[in-house]
Design a protein around this ligand. Structure first.
Ligand code: FMN
Length: 439
């Protein structure tokens, strides 16, 4: 039985036709927008967001209200201004924005409209990864419905607020999920990240003030406005309030997207929500928030899923995408796959990333193929130290370096045994079921 905890994010998702305007409205939808347009000052909305403590769900966990407050005052800065909605969902293991877009697209649209009102932005772009055809179609259809109902476009709800929302399809590049790569791509160029500073609030899309927010972040906004910051703080922890969508995958009985209060212990999520490790096996390792976050050993599965607890343990909450590896899995094989991904996805602008990701992959590949050398383990560490932190234009290099450091720190013996045996020492532990399941 899944534990009964207060939820709000996924509450409408199980309803029939949850993606339609009628169902959204019948369940309280657009009440927060009406409240905001009915008499809240934009600055008041930003204050409410700041008080709520909402932190971005795109991976970095930056406070949302604070980010919004960086947008310049439109009286003093008369340039065009934009909101870019990050629906690229490219971090491996992550699959929660997709659910919101498919099942509850009006929730996202309402979040976008309130964000635009608060930052006095008249145009938002939703950047959706190319593979997400169904979510794209759902959001596009919901925008059309909302436009016909006077919720999007000129004079929203007759309150003199203009807000246009446009959709844009990416081409499935990880780097286009990075906020400045996303903006380059939206401008029709290659998704090459830009150096920061200047930050998007001063110099974003087409050089104009821009805020980039993740889908789940914006989805939280109408609830906060409607029910208040103090309600929001009744869930989660002081430093990480609210609920989080956790996408749990790998060797678990019930993989899926679950809504949990931030700060819930990872072992509870694994056992109570995801039904435990597949086939009653033992857990060996887990990524707490996508493949860019440090791989942790089973002994740390009691950690709380929130920003500070995972940071203190040398990992990150990331996107909350928990990937579980059981005792039969090979961490070298896992790292070979992951490092191949980063090598493929590096945009190539920075030599540390272009070269580093390529070398990390070569080393994990030769270990996996039985040609690893003992000195490769220290070489992995030294390469990862040359790539991050903050040595490149964007954090893709960090995304490759962080799990590498973690695997050397927590699984050195495993790597050594692999090199010594010339193959995975766990091969014998595999069973027909786990091989079948792709272990
Ligand atoms: C390589 C890379 C890929 C990223 N991919 C995504 C993504 O797919 N979706 C997302 O929301 N954020 C992604 N991010 C984080 C964004 O740069 C940015 O921090 C986020 O969209 C900000 O939104 P938030 O404040 O609402 O979390 C990525 C970052 C990096 C370095």
């Amino acid at each position: 039985m899944i534990p009964q905890v207060p939820t709000y994010l996924l509450d409408r998702c199980g309803l029939e036709d949850s993606h339609t305007l009628d169902v959204y409205r019948a369940n309280g939808g657009y009440a927060a927008l009406a409240k905001v347009l009915g008499g809240m000052d934009p600055a008041e909305v930003i204050e409410e967001l700041k008080d709520s403590g909402l932190r971005g769900r795109g991976g970095a966990g930056f406070p949302t209200g604070l980010k919004w407050s960086f947008m310049p005052d439109p009286q003093k800065d008369r340039r065009a201004r934009y909101l870019a909605v990050n629906a690229d969902e490219s971090e491996p293991g992550t699959c929660k924005d997709r659910v919101l877009m498919e099942k509850d697209p009006h929730g996202l649209i309402e979040g976008i409209l309130i964000a635009c009102y608060a930052m006095r932005v008249p145009v938002a772009y939703v950047y959706v990864r190319g593979e997400f055809r169904h979510p794209y179609n759902r959001v596009a259809a919901a925008i059309d419905e909302a436009r016909k109902a006077g919720l999007v476009g000129e004079n929203v709800l007759g309150k003199g607020f203009d807000c246009e929302i446009w959709m844009h399809k990416g081409a499935g590049a990880y780097i286009c999920g990075e906020e400045t790569g996303l903006m380059e791509s939206l401008e029709g160029k290659r998704g090459h990240p830009r150096p920061k500073p200047p930050f998007p609030a001063g110099h974003g899309l087409w050089g104009m003030p821009t805020t980039v927010n993740n889908v789940e972040t914006l989805f939280n906004v109408p609830f906060i406005v409607d029910r208040g910051a103090s309600w929001y703080r009744t869930m989660g922890t002081d430093a990480s309030p609210g609920n989080l969508l956790v996408g749990i995958s790998g060797h678990v009985e019930r993989p899926g997207v679950y809504e949990i209060p931030l700060g819930t212990a990872a072992n509870r999520i694994l056992e109570d929500w995801a039904g435990g490790v597949l086939n009653n096996h033992k857990l060996q390792a887990w990524f707490p928030g996508g493949s860019s976050t440090g791989l942790l050993p089973a002994s740390l599965i009691g950690l709380a899923m929130d920003h500070d607890s995972l940071k203190a343990a040398g990992s990150m909450l990331g996107t909350g995408a928990m990937i579980m590896l059981d005792e039969t899995a090979c961490v070298v094989r896992a790292m070979e796959v992951i490092s191949r991904f980063y090598d493929h996805e590096s945009c190539g602008q920075c030599s540390q990333c272009r070269e580093g990701t390529q070398w990390l992959h070569q080393i994990f590949r030769r270990m996996e193929n039985g040609r690893g050398r003992m000195e490769d383990i220290d070489l992995l560490e030294s390469l990862a130290s040359g790539m991050a932190p903050a040595k490149t234009i964007c954090a893709l290099a960090d995304a490759a370096a962080i799990p590498t450091h973690a695997v050397v720190k927590h699984f050195r013996e495993e790597l050594e045994a692999h090199v010594k045996a010339g193959c995975c020492p766990r091969k014998t532990a595999r069973t027909p079921e786990t091989v079948e399941a792709g272990a």
